[in-house]
Design a protein around this ligand. Structure first.
Ligand SMILES: NC(=O)c1ccc[n+]([C@@H]2O[C@H](COP(=O)([O-])OP(=O)(O)OC[C@H]3O[C@@H](n4cnc5c(N)ncnc54)[C@H](O)[C@@H]3O)[C@@H](O)[C@H]2O)c1
Length: 276
C-alpha cells in the first residue's frame, strides 16, 4: 500500500509507542487521527503531526467503551472519508501477583487491552471492507507472552496473550478482503506506561499496587530500552511487508526459541504416554 495521502488511526496515540506510530505515519505522508483517554496528550501529538505538514484530528476516546470507539470511527470517516490503517495500540499495565488481583482489576486490564482491540476491529473493519482497497490493522501485543519465563504481571500477560490469538485469527479471516493484519510484539520500549496507567486507572480500583522485583522470573531483557520513535519505524517496515509478527527486541530471540523448544519437546511425553 502507498501510505501517502491516506489515513491512520492510532489509539493510545497520546504518548509512548502510539506517539511513535502517529509521527511515523505522518512522516509517510498520512493524515493521522490520534485517539486517547488523555485528551490533552492526544491534542499535543496531533499538533506535532500538523507541524509536519499533515492533517490531524485529536479524539478523546475510551477504547474500553464500545460506543466511544464507534464515535471515534464515525469522526475519522466524517473527517477523512476512509481509514487505511488502524493501530489498536492503547494499553495499560499493573503490578502484583495474580492471586492479589480483584475481579475489578481483571475487568480493567481486559477491558482496555483486549476489549479495546475488539471494539476497534468491530468499529473500523466493516467500514474498511465497505470502502474497498488495501487496508491494514496493527494490534499492539507483547513479546512477554511468547518468550520463556514470561516476565511481568499475570493479568497483563493474559490480556496480551488473548490479543495474540485474536490477531493471528483475524489475519486469516481478513485475507480475502485484502486487509492485512499484524501483531506488534513490543518489548523493552522506553515509555512511561506504568505512570500513564496509574493516571488512567479508575479511581474505584484504588492506587496502583506497589512495584516489587519480580520474584519468579529473572530473565527480563536487560538491554537499553528502545526509543518509541524507532519502534514506530520498525512497525512501519513490518506493516509495509505485511508481516504477521513484528518484533521490536532482538534480544528475545533466544527466549522465544527456548519457549517453543519446551512446547515441542513436550510431545515426547505424550508420545511415550500413548505407548503405555
Ligand atoms: N513499553 C513497552 O516496553 C511495551 C511492551 C509491550 C507492550 N507494550 C504495549 O504498547 C502499547 C503502548 O504502551 P506504551 O508503552 O507506549 O505506554 P503509554 O502509557 O505511553 O501509552 C499508552 C497510551 O494508551 C492510553 N490509554 C490507556 N487506556 C486507554 C483507554 N481506555 N482508551 C484510550 N487510550 C487509553 C494512555 O493514555 C497512553 O497514552 C500498550 O498496548 C502496551 O501494553 C508496551
Amino acid at each position: 500500500m502507498d501510505f501517502a495521502g491516506r489515513t491512520a488511526v492510532v489509539t493510545g496515540g497520546g504518548s509512548g509507542i502510539g506517539r511513535g506510530l502517529a509521527l511515523t505515519w505522518a512522516a509517510e505522508g498520512m493524515n493521522v487521527v490520534v485517539a486517547d483517554l488523555r485528551t490533552e496528550a492526544a491534542e499535543a501529538v496531533a499538533d506535532e503531526v500538523r507541524a509536519m505538514g499533515r492533517e490531524a484530528e485529536a479524539v478523546a476516546c475510551d477504547v474500553a467503551a464500545q460506543p466511544s470507539v464507534e464515535e471515534l470511527a464515525a469522526r475519522a470517516y466524517e473527517r477523512f472519508g476512509s481509514v487505511e490503517l488502524l493501530c489498536n495500540n492503547a494499553g495499560v499495565g499493573t503490578y502484583g501477583a495474580v492471586l492479589d488481583a480483584t475481579p475489578a482489576d481483571w475487568d480493567w486490564i481486559l477491558s482496555v487491552n483486549l476489549y479495546g482491540i475488539v471494539h476497534g476491529v468491530g468499529a473500523f473493519v466493516p467500514r474498511m471492507r465497505a470502502q474497498g482497497g488495501p487496508a491494514h490493522v496493527l494490534n499492539t501485543g507483547s513479546a512477554a507472552t511468547i518468550t520463556a519465563g514470561n516476565f511481568g504481571n499475570g493479568l497483563y500477560l493474559a490480556s496480551k496473550a488473548a490479543v495474540s490469538a485474536l490477531t493471528e485469527r483475524l489475519r486469516k479471516e481478513l485475507r480475502p478482503d485484502g486487509i492485512g493484519v499484524s501483531l506488534l510484539l513490543a518489548s523493552r520500549v522506553a515509555t512511561a506506561i506504568h505512570q500513564t496507567s496509574a493516571q488512567n486507572r479508575p479511581a474505584e480500583l484504588g492506587p496502583m499496587p506497589e512495584h516489587r522485583p519480580d520474584p519468579v522470573s529473572n530473565d527480563a531483557p536487560t538491554l537499553a530500552a528502545l526509543d518509541p520513535l524507532e519502534v514506530g519505524r520498525i512497525a512501519r517496515d513490518g506493516v509495509k511487508a505485511n508481516r504477521a509478527f513484528i518484533h521490536t527486541d532482538r534480544a528475545l530471540r533466544a527466549g522465544v526459541l527456548e519457549r517453543n523448544a519446551d512446547i515441542v519437546e513436550a510431545f515426547a511425553f505424550v508420545e511415550a504416554a500413548s505407548r503405555e
